[in-house]
Each structure stands twice: as structure tokens, then as C-alpha cells.
Design a protein around this ligand. Sequence first.
Ligand code: C2O
Ligand code: CU
Length: 493
Amino acid sequence: MRPRLVACVAALAIAAATCNSQPAMRPPVPASGGELSPAPGGSVRSFDLTAAPAKVELKPGLVVSAWAYNGVVPGPVLRVFDGDLVRVTLRNHLSVGTTIHWHGLAVPNGQDGVAGVTQDPVPPGASATYSFVARGAGTFWYHSHQRGSYQLDRGLYGVLIVEPRGKAVGVDHVVVYDEWPIGLEMPSPPPASDPAMSAYVTVSVNGRSGDAIAPIRFASGQTVRLRLLNAGYLVHFVRVEDTAVTVVAFDGHEVRGGRPTTDVLPLGPGERIDVELAANGQATWLALQDPFPPSGDALLAVAPEGAPVPAFTPSGIRPVLDIFTYGAQASASPWPKGGGVPTRTFTLTLSEISRTRAALPSPMPGMEMGDVSYQINGAAFPDTPVLEVSLGDLVTIKFVNAGRQDHPMHLHGHAFQVLERDGMAVKGLLVKDTIVVRPGSSITVGFLADNPGWWMIHCHQLHHAAGGMMLLLRYQGSLRLAQLGGPYQSTPD
Ligand code: C2O
Ligand code: CU
């Protein structure tokens, strides 16, 4: 008995833990390696995000039992300047553990918020602080990465904007798309009957749907920047009716000299596209040119202040913008100018394997919820290969989509340059952190390994991620900070 008594006394001294016959649960692995000071000229920006259940009225008659940051979906827009130290206190008022991941930001590994890889989830009732320097202006976002497919679907996401330092803040608005599944509604049932609508009942814009979507207003003469984000699980095609726009950023990375276009903007899960509307005083509408029927719920008016919003008249089907040839000129690239000789090359073949003979009918394309295994090189996470790199490597990854669905592939901790599509060199400079790989297509990306740690690579159709389409990139010599499972049921997807 004696050693145990000593241990109990020690534990009491440290944490005032109760000593009983149960072994004490170890504390959760916290987020670690937080940065302490801003870059020169930057300041400290502090935010509080409380994750809690919330009733969200998507439109009259459709109230969902959501999970939200600070009671709103999307969560509050976090706006900082390049070089600022971002300090976010997460308070968990949910009944389950949660984390926050900073999508598109190259934070220290321990700040990446990935349950089972970089930390354990923050338990119910607990809080945690993330602290990192925002380097590089752009549109980024944050979301849970503990049971992500479930927690994002309920609303745990928001936009993080990094403004360039020393430039006037322009007029901008976020436009966040998401789909909502049934099962979250309050008593009023979803509108009946169409089987294609059985899983997901509506698309929302900034957490509202249909007539409840608030128009974006601008003063005439203003140039309006729209920061589009797809927080959902389907590729959406955004059409700006009868108005040319100029793309100024893909995934937060600046594009210079893009030509005005009326093409439809393809916005995959996790992707961002920033566009500028020329101020011509005209009202316009953003519509989705999607095969998914409730896309009519996602009409957003953009109109001058005080003017009536004109009736929506669709302008007809238009071609989809080819982001690979847009003439993009990124301001900085994670790949050497004029080419580089890779020191590590990987090929990842993406596929879907139905585990049951008769797969369930798909409620909508890309949303098969049946017993499907989503695989990389023939294996499902956590049995997928671990990609090993060393600090300073020039890494290429070729994604080959051998399946029948879109796979928006996302790399944590780094931006990449898109080098090839279907074996052909991509001419423009396209820098991103998420890229949609279409069925039958291949895409090669390249980046400099400059951020040590263990990083996720996964499909951002998070049902696919949960079904196995994830793997880890590991720097030699880096310790893995957290493990899957355990007492906090750490699971990234
Ligand atoms: Cu948007 Cu692994 O994340
Ligand atoms: Cu996928």
C-alpha cells in the first residue's frame, strides 16, 4: 500500500486529484508549441470562441440544432493583420471533446488542432488557448478537427482573415457555403418527398438559406471584395449573374493580373476564392450552378445601399473557370521559381471501394453514405502509408483519382504549388492548400518541407476522410504529439 499512498499524496499536491481505487485518467495532450510574440510591427490579437449547442434558424420553419462558436454559424470572422500574434481561447461547452484547426495557415505543428495527431480534444467544460503568428495575408478558416465530419456538419467553422499590413482595409464580405443534413431539425419536418433530398435538405449562405439570406450592400463607387469559402462537402459552382469579376486570390494566395471573367467559379470543399466586383452601381446575384437541387436556396443578392433588390433572373448555364490557366501570378510560392528538382516524390491513388454488394442509393452525387471505404493506395486510414520527408526536401505529391467522385485533397502545415494536371505542366503559378482532383484526373503538387511535424493530408469531403481517405506526412526526427483513440477518443475525422 505504501507506494500507492505516496503516489496519491503526490497527485494531491499537484492537481488536487481525488484518490480512489480507479486509476486517474491522464490529462489530455494539450495544444503545444504556441508562439509568444508577434512578428516585428505586429500586435497581439485575442479572441474567445465558445463552442456550444445553438438553435440556428436557417430559414423560416427550418430551425436546426447546431453546434456553434459564440452562438453563430459561421462563427465570428477573426480579422488580424499579417504578422499579428493570434491568441484564441477555446471554451468547450459541448458534451463532447473538440479542437480548432487553422485551415491554410502554416502554424507550428502543436497548434494545428488535429485530434489524435497533434493534441487530444479539449474535454467538455475545459478550455484551451491557441497562439500563433499569422504569416501572409489571405482568406483562411477555422474548424473543429475532432470528429470533423460530424462537428463541421453541425456548424463548427468560421472565417479567419489576415489583412496585409500597412494597406487600408478594403470593403469585403465573406460568403460561406454549406449543406445541411436532416436529423438536425427542430420539430417542423423537412419538405417531403423527393428522395434526392433525403440526406441534405438545404444549402446555406452565411448560415442562412432561401429568403433568409441577407443581401450584401455596398456604397456606389466601392470596389467590393467577396471572400468565398466552401465549408461543405460538395463542389459548388458559383455564378455571378451578368457581372464580370476578377479573381484576386485562390486559397488566400494572391493572384495578380487576372482578367475579368464571367465564368462560373468552381469552389471545392475547403477552398476559398476571393473576387472583386467592379463597382458599376449595379445590383447582382450570386447563384449556384449546381446539379444539387436545393442550390436555389443559395441565392445571394449584392446591391447598392438603399436600392431595391431586383428580382432574380438566372442568366443561363455558363462555362466553368479553368483555375489552372487563369493567368494566376501568386505573390510567393513554396516551390523554386523556374522549377525545382524534387528530392521526394510520392504518388497517391484515390479510390472508393463499396464494402457491401448492393451499395445504398446515393442521396446526391458525392454524398454516398453507405458502407464505402475511401482509400489511398489501397488502404484506409489509419492503415494508409506515412509519407516521410526531411527538413529542406522538395516534395512532390501526385494525386491520381481512380474513383468516381471528386476528392478535394488538403495538405496541412504548408501551401503547395500546383505543378501538373493530367501529366501536363501547369503554366501559371497556382498556389493553394486544397485542390479538387476530379474522377479520372491526376494532379501533382510541390512544396518545400519547411515546417517540421506530423501533418495530415486528407480529402475535405469529410465523409470521405471519415471513410478512410486520410494519411500523415511525417518529418524525420519529429515526435508525434498525440495518438488516436485513448481516454479522450481522439479521432481527427
Ligand atoms: Cu480544413 Cu484537415 O482541414
Ligand atoms: Cu473525397
